[in-house]
Design a protein around this ligand. Structure first.
Ligand SMILES: C[S@@+](CC[C@H](N)C(=O)[O-])C[C@H]1O[C@@H](n2cnc3c(N)ncnc32)[C@H](O)[C@@H]1O
Length: 218
């Protein structure tokens, strides 16, 4: 079996802790400024995070967008256990569903046209069929709902290696992983969204190596 170098063992406790510890770096002010700049601050009642990991985006988004319902989907049940702990401890939301699913093998079990904000962070490069995945995610959006994808998008290996090294990754590991983690450019992600029928597709750089793309369901 060829190992997917864009993907780690997300059942491993140390890796889960690493994702928790790096959250504030990955979802800092530049991320929120880019997201709010693209989608505004209006209320989003139902928020779904595809590949939610430990659920910290769901927690923050619930507060920022005054959500009432949360959906977290991930193939790692260990990540979802952590998400449950954070949602319970850090929000007052009682209506949440956490679903174990492998997006490469199963159909997304969310009612069509029911979601106001569908989010995917640092995950699109891990799925086998990004177009099929974005098609399915788009199908969950109600009219006026938005899809937002945040991922590594650098086309520049040296900058990627430098940034990841600053964050503690060994340079040779960063170099090896560059084509897998920066698998899609922002243009690619916008194209997936347009092909899925989303409209007003826009994007923004978050920093030298990360970007955010959004599309609207009309
Ligand atoms: C890099 S982590 C990002 C977690 C979270 N979105 C964040 O930004 O903190 C990627 C997550 O996607 C999940 N994932 C990767 N491939 C998946 C797949 N094919 N189906 C479902 N979940 C997947 C992993 O289990 C992991 O929790």
């Amino acid at each position: 079996m060829v190992h997917n170098l864009g993907k780690a063992d997300w059942t491993d406790r140390d890796r889960i802790q690493g994702i928790i510890d790096s959250y504030s770096l990955r979802y800092g002010e530049s991320f929120w400024a880019a997201l709010i700049g693209l989608i505004g601050e209006q209320r989003r009642e139902s928020i779904a995070d595809f590949g939610c990991g430990p659920g910290l985006f769901l927690v923050d988004a619930a507060h920022r967008f005054s959500a009432r319902r949360l959906f977290g989907l991930d193939e790692s049940k260990e990540m979802l256990e952590q998400a449950k702990t954070f949602i319970r401890a850090r929000t007052a939301i009682k209506s949440y569903e956490l679903t174990v699913i492998n997006f490469d093998a199963a159909t997304i079990p969310i009612r069509p046209k029911s979601i106001d904000l569908a989010f995917c962070g640092f995950m699109l490069h891990e799925v086998a069929s990004p177009q099929g995945f974005v098609d399915q995610v788009s199908g969950t959006l109600r009219t006026g709902g938005v899809c937002a994808v945040h991922d590594f998008v650098s086309r520049d290996e040296e900058t990627f290696v430098r940034k990841m090294t600053e964050q503690g990754m060994a340079p040779e590991r960063a170099r090896l992983r560059f084509p897998h983690m920066c698998k899609h450019s922002l243009d690619d992600i916008r194209m997936f969204m347009e092909a899925a029928g989303l409209q007003d597709v826009q994007s923004s750089a978050v920093n030298d190596i990360r970007g955010l793309a959004v599309g609207l369901m009309k």
